[in-house]
Design a protein around this ligand. Sequence first.
Ligand code: PPS
Length: 319
Amino acid sequence: MAPITRKLSSDSRSDNRLNKENFDEALIRQPPGHPKHKCFFNHIWSPIFTPELIRSAKSYEPEKGDVFIATYPKCGTTWTQHICSQLMIEDYEPTDGKELFITSPMIDEKGAEFVKQLPSPRLLKTHFEWTDVPKSKDAKYIFVCRNPKDSIVSYYFMYRLLVAYDFADGEFDTFFDLFADGKLAYGDYFDHLNGWLEHINDPNVLALRYEDMLDDLPGTVVKLGKFINDRTSKLVDNEEVVARIAQNSSFDAMSHDQSRWVPQAYVNPTQAPFIRKGKKRDWINHLSKKQSDRIDELFKQKMKGTIAEHWWQEQMSWD
Ligand code: PPS
């Protein structure tokens, strides 16, 4: 673990001068040139997370009808949430103050109590790895993944965008090394992917790839509708409904009024917006050949023998 900016830590728990607030502060780490993180439970988190809410989120007991959208960050979460919200929530209309962020909250950040007061069926976001996600055979899980090279670039721009990370001027090379070493919020991309891949054939899990969503958005809307529940399954039998949802969920449509997704107080207005490029292979504009080779090597080592071993060859090739 990299050096820490504040003296703290394992002894902090026994220091009775620390109240809740400065205990949270004590978990902050930010070596020079790095983003700001919180470190607890042997994991790295966004500085806005707290141990209490993470513990609470993990202990949530899912109810029948709950739908989790689970991703490693930047793999198509918001996009999938927006599509599913249109299918599941009758008066869904995200606006400033009633952002998707609130109607389809991230359980990891908000904890169980916040989630329980939402009307059922609930649509929840999570970046938890498989082992941490609250499990129930009565809940459904939509796992969305994206090739690692585009995920790194998108994640880099998000770290610059979100005020909490204090990384608006952060260097890509620093960020790249943290990603490759698994030292960003939510840890190692490959471990996260591998954990979920072991469950993609479970009957209550649907796996999607971001790149396939780009290739066939109406088909993705139908897949989601058929998976979620009987009502949404019937809805997607109607071609007009599918066409309208796909239209509302295009990159251009979602680029408008971005205050619908994330509260504006969270973002740095000088940075690229949250819905940023929405493409495959944008990584070619940011990774050096050496960095690209390093990800290829990690992919080969860590995905060998898995169902994803040969995924994304075209999207990840240097040529
Ligand atoms: S987060 O913060 O983890 O919830 O981010 P997440 O929503 O998973 O990922 C954000 C990336 O998804 C892209 N996006 C889209 N691409 C294509 N079409 C649509 N409609 C769409 N909506 C979101 C978004 O632009 C981010 O990717 P990049 O590569 O940064 O553009």
